[in-house]
Design a protein around this ligand. Structure first.
Ligand code: C2O
Ligand code: CU
Length: 485
């Protein structure tokens, strides 16, 4: 068990130094990228799509030699990709085959709080949890991971995470969409291997921002390459790391098309050469390749201020190799990208039901740390609120909200950059820079079962940089948190 009590302020200097600063970050790309299998599903009598999942302890061959002890879903490490179509109803039969309680949260999904898989939906060892909901949101790359209070960082670090892709029949044709061929999941995580290839979660590697590993893996593959057979490939980038911030780009600075963010497709493709993702964030990008060439996806130092700051964020590395794309000498043609991808309605914020402010500092929000028995506030169903989030210390933070995909209104008072103009559920909060978001809450009223909001640096979350809200009827007050099964 990691040192959950690791020092708050005093550990800072030690903390940054503990991150490995010796690895060069350049890779030889010797391993074929593993593609997480698509989860099988079946239709029940009422036409609902049923998935059978099991959380398990297992092992994974990251490197030659001894296999690494890990946790996974339906396998030793990571989990299968779930896929469902908008308006379908899904049922998940989830058995916890671990020897400890855990939960599974559907990150980015709009669903009733009791189905959310947060810290109030714990599954005991051997227990079964069967959430069901209608997928009522546009096409998106969502994901799932455990959310047990104060154990999320460890469970995710040891390997429990997977993608949940939502398809939408209204998506225009033209986006690469053959899973594993030209539509590639890219789950990026950093690991710190200790003696004997075991994941080192000893105190030395848990900094005040959590764990920063010196080894990057994609879908559990170290030094990965992917053979490309089409002119264009879509990469579904997920930062599933505990703490590391990546700023993705190609080593030759080639532009690519950003087509989607956390909660769905952008209105139109946006051409850029860099996309930064903090933990929990996703981006869908489409890259064009020439026959026979090799393109290296890297992570560059985040753009968040001083060099010192960058070094802290990147664990001392300037750049880190992530994935090599190897284009075949003959590429099959890909259709042109559509000009328009999705309708992005403007959120009307002229009369918000509430304006709330959140100050993030250390391991608390507005001075309070997470308390499972305290509901911090209630929002009213079918209303729009404006939240202003400001990180007021010098630590890296971001902000994730359950239940609602939101829109960014401003960052530091300025209009959001293009990559923050689509649906988001997690947003970077640079130091002393107010980030304003607009959220529209749906109609899943439950005054006793809270949704979470928190920093997605998982150690911060575990330490208490998290709060709880409920959705109520107009005029109703919040109830008492209630553990739902
Ligand atoms: Cu990705 Cu509250 O979580
Ligand atoms: Cu944080």
């Amino acid at each position: 068990v990691p040192a959950a009590t690791a020092s708050l302020g005093g550990g800072l200097a030690v903390a940054w130094a503990a991150a490995d600063t010796t690895t060069a970050g350049r890779l030889n790309f010797t391993n074929r990228l593993a593609i997480p299998p698509l989860a099988t599903s079946r239709a029940d009598e009422s036409g609902r799509r049923v998935f059978d999942l099991r959380t398990t302890a297992g092992e994974h061959q990251f490197r030659p030699g001894r296999a690494t002890a890990t946790l996974g879903v339906n396998g030793g490490h990571l989990g299968p990709t779930l896929r469902a179509t908008r308006d379908e109803t899904v049922v998940i039969n989830l058995r916890n085959a671990l020897s400890e309680p855990t939960s599974l949260h559907w990150h980015g999904m709009h669903l009733p709080a009791a189905m959310d898989g947060g810290p109030h939906q714990m599954i005991e060892p051997g227990g079964v949890w069967t959430p069901t909901w209608r997928v009522a949101q546009p096409a998106a790359t969502l994901w799932y991971h455990p959310h047990p209070h104060q154990q999320t960082a460890r469970h995710v670090y040891l390997g429990m995470a997977g993608l949940f892709i939502v398809d939408d029949p209204t998506t225009p044709a033209g986006l690469p969409s053959r899973y594993g061929v030209d539509d590639i999941p890219v789950i990026v995580q950093d690991k710190q291997f200790g003696d004997d290839n075991q994941l080192d979660d000893s105190e030395a590697f848990w900094t005040s921002m959590g764990i920063l590993g010196d080894t990057i893996c994609v879908n559990g593959t170290l030094a990965p390459y992917h053979d490309v057979t089409t002119e264009r490939v879509r990469l579904r980038l997920l930062n599933a790391s505990n703490a590391r911030i990546y700023r993705f780009g190609f080593s030759d600075d080639r532009p690519f098309a950003l087509v989607g963010t956390d909660g769905g497709l952008l209105a139109a493709p946006y051409e850029t050469a860099r996309i930064q993702l903090t933990p929990g964030e996703r981006a869908e990008i489409v890259v064009t390749l020439r026959p026979g060439e090799r393109a290296v996806l890297r992570s560059y130092p985040p753009e968040v201020g001083t060099n010192v700051w960058n070094a802290r964020f990147s664990g001392g590395h300037d750049t880190l190799d992530v994935l090599q794309l190897r284009a075949a000498t003959q590429l099959s043609p890909s259709p042109p990208l559509p000009d328009r991808l999705a309708d992005l309605p403007r959120t009307d914020t002229s009369t918000p039901a509430a304006i709330r402010t959140f100050q993030l500092s250390g391991y608390s929000i507005n001075g309070a740390r997470m308390d499972m028995s305290r509901i911090d506030f209630a929002v009213t169903r079918d209303t729009t609120e404006v939240w202003e989030i400001t990180a007021i210390d010098e630590a890296p933070h971001n902000f994730h909200v359950h239940e609602a995909q939101f829109r960014v209104l401003s960052v530091g008072g300025a209009p959001p950059p293009p990559e923050l103009r689509g649906w988001k559920d997690t947003v970077h909060t640079p130091p002393n820079t107010p980030v304003r978001i607009a959220l529209r809450f749906g109609d899943y009223v439950d005054r006793n079962t809270p949704y979470m909001y928190h920093c997605h640096l998982l150690y911060h979350e575990d330490q208490g940089l998290m709060g709880q809200f409920v959705v109520v009827e107009p005029g109703q007050s919040p109830g008492k948190p209630h553990h739902s099964r």
